[in-house]
Write a protein that binds this ligand. Sequence first.
Ligand code: ARG
Length: 604
Amino acid sequence: MKKIIDLITETMEAAFEKAGYESKYARVTLSNRPDLCEYQCNGAMALAKAAKKPPMEIAEQIADILKSSQDESISSKGPVFSDISAVRPGFINLKLSGTFLKDYLDEMNRSENFGLETMEKPKRILVDYGGPNVAKPLHVGHLRAAIIGESIKRLAKYMGNEVIGDIHMGDWGLQMGLIITELKHREPSLPYFDESFDGEYPKEAPFTISELEEIYPCASAKSKEDETFREEALKATFELQNGNRGYRAIWDHIMRISREDLKKNYDNLDVHFEWWKGESDVQKYIPDMVQKMKDDGYAYESEGAIVVDVKEDSDTKEIPPCMILKSDGASLYTTTDLATLKERRESFDPDQVIYVVDKRQEMHFVQVFRCARKTGIVDKDIKLDFLGFGTMNGKDGKPFKTREGGVMRLENLISDINDEMYKKIMENHEEDPETAVATAKTVGLAALKYGDLSNQATKDYIFDIDKFTSFEGNTGPYILYTMVRIKSILSRYIADEGIKEDEKAVLSGYGLNVCDNDAEKKLMLELSKYSAVIEASFEELAPHKICGYIYDTADAFNHFYHENKILSEEDKEKRSGWIALIRLTLRILEQCIELLGFSAPERM
Ligand code: ARG
């Protein structure tokens, strides 16, 4: 199904052509004066110079053509516009006809995905998001990657692409050496530390997840004060990476336990990865990759290190060479990401890779992308996108911390939100506490995710629990509240009408009304933008556009609801038309929040 704006533009193009002008001037946009019109075309002003005519004259000419050609218009079912007017200094202001809008929405309503045209040529897309560092607790910094990445992934799939989400764990760094060293100090008699041990290591880990969570910070703190401890940890890291059997066995334990714990945490966020790969998986690619870069003449030695130049003539700022190996021969974050691209090309051969990572890592990715293209690790036509997100700040404008000033753990943040939501739900009306807990969880997740996603990803935002959990304003709970309201009207309608069987089939057979009031039209106009919004959100990797759309839609619905007595409307046909309208509204909102990564409860 064509986008509504494209249908309007086609009508406009036909009018421009009929007048003997080029159709490129016929661009139509949403009105920036909604008090005057719904859509507008500013082409007459752009054309005036070339046509050597005053813009007002052109606008009037086009308006006249449009008016006289309304009957033979593209909808073939009647006029597209109910109002066409030329306005000084040369705007063409447009209002859509009720029949055109009804026909368009009826067609949307009959379609499973509301007439969205999915990708003509589906792409293979890999979304790299999450990026937790194994054995370190998840903190709020990982929250944005998870929330934004999950939404981008769902959107890419919905558009018809073949998509994989890869968690890309940080699982090969110094934190592993620190844990091994600390464990060695605490329990030196474990077989993992006995070099002469050649039997099978125990299946059970020598620690639980909570012990692990205590060991890491303890070791990390020690390494900052105690230089010999740090040296030891560095050495352990090196030995782990170079095949120490006992260390590798500890590493396996750490990974198994952490993966379980991570999965639990991400499940709580309704975030799910297809791939659980990590930095450790690609280490084996590094030696050959580096050798090839040297052989091909891209990598060279500079002050002992191995680097590849990635600066380009068009650069306006300094882009330092991409470092491939440190002077001690150790690989770096860059090396790992390059090797990961190599591995991904071999295993999935993506057309596009989208990295959802903190925007402070932008330079790293500029270097990695350039180096990968230059050295042929990826093809020239692969799309590499860095979606860098801003920081989640506290009310003081600084990165969000606990009340005590420490790093806020994700789990605690989520339970804070759920507690607050629970309080509000109980305040609202007495509910049975058990249901309220479940509802608070659903609504809490919406509060958290919507609070994040409604901001443009690249911007910093302030985490404000009172605002995010409010039932009013531009919030997740407000959207859900609106949906629950629609659900309740629909079930009352079903009960009133005595519809017993297959209510879905009955309701989906209803057509919408030709709108007869402003509030109804406003809601219809919002809904009709669906395809354009989804397409733009995907192309621009901008879930906040979906948030903006559902907020406007929810507002338009609530206005419509207050202006019209839906269930007590006497005219049966009008009433069922309204039911069709609000049911379409609900279905669209449901699809949108699914793309954002949360869902609505039955009641709240
Ligand atoms: N583990 C990294 C961090 O915490 C994020 C990984 C992002 N993805 C990537 N391919 N580099 O900073």
